[in-house]
Write a protein that binds this ligand. Sequence first.
Ligand code: 6CS
Length: 313
Amino acid sequence: DTWRYAFEEAMDEVQGKFAQKFKEEIEANSDHEIQLFPFGTLGESADTMEQAQSGILQFVDQSPGFTGALIPEAQVFFVPYLLPQDEEQLASFFKNSKAINELFPPLYAEQGLELLTMFPEGEVMMTTAEAVTGPDDLDEVKFRVMTNPLLVESYRAFGATPTPLPWGEVYGALQTGIIQGQENPAFFIESTKMYEVTDHITRTGHNNFTTAVMANKDFYDGLSEEDQTVIADAIDAAFDYIIDYQKGLTEESLEKIKEAKPSITITTLSDEERQPFMDTADSVEQEFLEIGGDQAQEILDQLKADLEAAADS
Ligand code: 6CS
């Protein structure tokens, strides 16, 4: 039989690479086939999530940037400066985190989803029409964010006018000036050609893009143990593959952007310049505890403990 798997990016972007590896592993180790649906083939992220919840899709990749609207605890990934940028530390965190591997799955299960894995997609950078050296430069800037209430709050705390939009509307909104800024990892700014409609890239170090792969829970629960093991092994293989695939990707992508558009500025803020952004973290964390669902505190505490363990390993 054929299992359908949708993701929020193109085939050659990070989620697509992960999905292709997953497909390859499943097809090599079972009689099942995987049919891949990249972004744009089945609608926006909110649409593919509905399709996965209703069982039209067996698998879906959706980032907490969108899932946070459905599972309030998943908004935790938008507390600024919570995640480190060190790639090894991040990989170890995502692989071993008790919050991700034990606390989140029951919350996803309540929404009809079997959480299979979460993985990082790279340092998030701001792209804007005007240069940014601090929160003052975001004043009056309509800044597109994913449709996640805590991400909206964090950009409000950064001094911007947050504008939640689905991904499909972002390029056009930048082009027409409806928005003047957005955030994403470098590979995505490059592959989607967002650099064409933006003049400044700013590295504030406030986040690393997290995504999650899920299965429809009824489908998953109905599988044989053998099939569940094939899936778990394929996820593990794809996780290791995607961590490896991303080595050097950020810098390579920035180089490609500079080549394609020499006039663009790419600025890494100093620790001093980052400080006012970092100073918002406590208030955003407080907001998370208010809007992050019943388990917000438990998730936040466990996540911090997991991050410390990853830093020590
Ligand atoms: O900004 C977004 O909406 C998109 N960014 C990435 C890196 N992946 C998918 C997501 O939809």
